[in-house]
Design a protein around this ligand. Structure first.
Ligand SMILES: NC(=O)c1ccc[n+]([C@@H]2O[C@H](COP(=O)([O-])OP(=O)(O)OC[C@H]3O[C@@H](n4cnc5c(N)ncnc54)[C@H](O)[C@@H]3O)[C@@H](O)[C@H]2O)c1
Length: 450
């Protein structure tokens, strides 16, 4: 940060933007109020800023205006304490209109970055949001992209769009990229205490974005460019995808070798250095880990490079739902039962424990594969009362321990914390446990682990 001498002491040399941030006069817009944008908007409002949250989803904006929270990590009390009928200091205002961008000192873009059918990046949401910003871009404005995307997006897509207005980056406006690391359902790490990586198009861009984010984040990690910041996020998520792919393959290997993969991992985890624990499961889920590495491999393909680890991990991870269904089929076979007509209860359909998000959840694949084979399916998920996705139309059935025996097979797909696994081990007939949730539990059930 720049410093200037004033008398005998050093004081920060305030740019108008930094000054407005320090005095909380800066007006902030967060574009996209999902799992990433809503917590960020709440944090900025809590820090004393006037925050306008903009989302094209009228349902979300209506919920917000009525003081409800649709993101489990944001308690409804926080929303109620901050939500406001109009923009005001220290308050959060939700809207579908983009007009407030014209008044905003800073804009954070937190829109989705899914894959399209060919598994290539769908940056249409970024372009749509950035288009709204570009049409209202003005001198002094600071724009930060938070959506996970391939290295080069900020410079190659956003910068030309913004400079087409005639304004110059680093002089008239500032542009930065800062990947979001939020881990839904993580009680220990939230926005404030998770270090945040930031890269600016220019040094001034980095400085301006840092001034803003330092108000809500304890530790910023500045990097030399937006491309580096984009790549950091993809390294983190590719690291997870590849290691999960490895441990999933180790589970398959242990099965062939007649070994218990969970015991192997537990013992390996005692190594105090050089080993990091990952667990196998029914496949990857969520908006990030199954998707983000493909942004990187797509970009590398354009540069004539085949990102082999990413492709291989993707292949192994994507095959896990079939592997689980094969386990279920073999386990039922032991009981002289075909899949067709067997009553199967799936426990947990969210993509990971204690969240309500079913995007890319491997449980959906397990559900559809079993349905295709003629199983009579039911599911229980305390976080997901109904499933209306990918051709599935079902409601969560109540968890009743004494009725578990009525199912031919209970499959633990996602190990939510509140489910009574002792009751599952005690009352079910057959359990296929993809998460080792029944570890150490004895009961009447025959338990088959991944
Ligand atoms: N969910 C996570 O755990 C997580 C973690 C880290 C990073 N990310 C990344 O953050 C980004 C956002 O993810 P998310 O999980 O919050 O997605 P989300 O789908 O929960 O939220 C995105 C929101 O943006 C809105 N939106 C779409 N187009 C818009 C537009 N043009 N203008 C305004 N609003 C628009 C959608 O209606 C939606 O409410 C993605 O790039 C994702 O990869 C997500």
């Amino acid at each position: 940060m720049s410093k200037a001498l004033s008398g005998s002491i050093l004081v920060p040399l305030m740019t108008p933007f930094a000054d407005r941030v320090a005095t909380r006069q800066a007006r902030i817009c967060v574009v996209g109020l999902g799992y990433v944008g809503l917590p960020l908007a709440v944090e900025f409002a809590d820090a004393g800023f006037s925050v306008v949250g903009i989302d094209v989803d009228q349902g979300k904006v209506a919920e917000l205006r009525e003081g409800r929270s649709y993101v489990p990590d944001v308690p409804v009390e926080r929303i109620r304490a901050l939500i406001s009928p109009e923009p005001a200091a220290g308050r959060l205002f939700g809207t579908c209109a983009f007009d407030a961008l014209g008044e905003a000192d800073a804009v954070s873009i937190c829109v989705p970055t899914p894959l399209n059918k060919e598994k290539s990046p769908d940056v249409s949401y970024i372009l749509a949001a950035a288009g709204e910003v570009a049409s209202r871009l003005h001198r002094g404005q600071v724009v930060v992209l938070e959506s996970t995307t391939y290295p080069g997006t900020t410079r190659e897509l956003l910068l030309p769009l913004f400079e087409r207005t005639g304004l110059r980056v680093g002089e008239d406006f500032h542009l930065a990229f800062s990947p979001e690391r939020v881990d839904p359902g993580n009680a220990s790490y939230g926005i404030r205490n998770t270090p945040k990586v930031l890269g600016g198009v220019t040094a001034g861009c980095l400085e301006a974005a840092s001034a803003l984010y330092a108000t809500v984040i304890e530790r910023l990690v500045p990097v030399s460019s937006t491309g580096t910041a984009e790549m950091v996020k993809l390294l983190e998520n590719t690291f997870r995808a590849v290691n999960i792919g490895l441990v999933n393959e180790v589970a398959i290997m242990c099965d062939r070798l007649g070994l218990d993969v969970w015991e192997v991992i537990d013992a390996a985890s005692t190594k105090p250095y050089g080993f990091m624990t990952f667990y196998p499961g029914p496949g990857l889920g969520g908006h990030c880990i199954p998707v983000d590495p493909h942004y990187l491999s797509w970009k590398l393909k354009l540069l004539n490079y085949n990102a082999r680890f990413i492709e291989l991990a993707g292949e192994v991870n994507a095959s896990m739902p079939e592997y689980v269904v094969e386990k279920i089929t073999l386990a039922l076979n032991e009981d002289r039962k075909p899949v067709r007509g067997s009553r199967v209860l799936l426990l947990g359909v969210a993509y990971k424990r204690d969240v309500n998000d079913v995007r890319e959840s491997p449980a959906l694949d397990v559900y559809k594969l079993l349905a295709d084979r003629g199983a009579e399916l039911a599911y229980h998920d305390p976080w997901v009362p109904e499933l209306r996705v990918e051709g599935i139309e079902a409601d969560s059935v109540p968890f009743a321990a004494e009725e578990l025996g009525a199912f031919d097979c209970v499959v633990i797909v996602t190990d939510h914390g509140v489910v009574d696994y002792a009751a599952v081990a005690a009352h079910a007939r057959l359990v296929v446990d993809c998460r080792n949730a029944t570890r150490g539990l004895a009961g009447g059930a025959r338990i088959v682990r991944l």
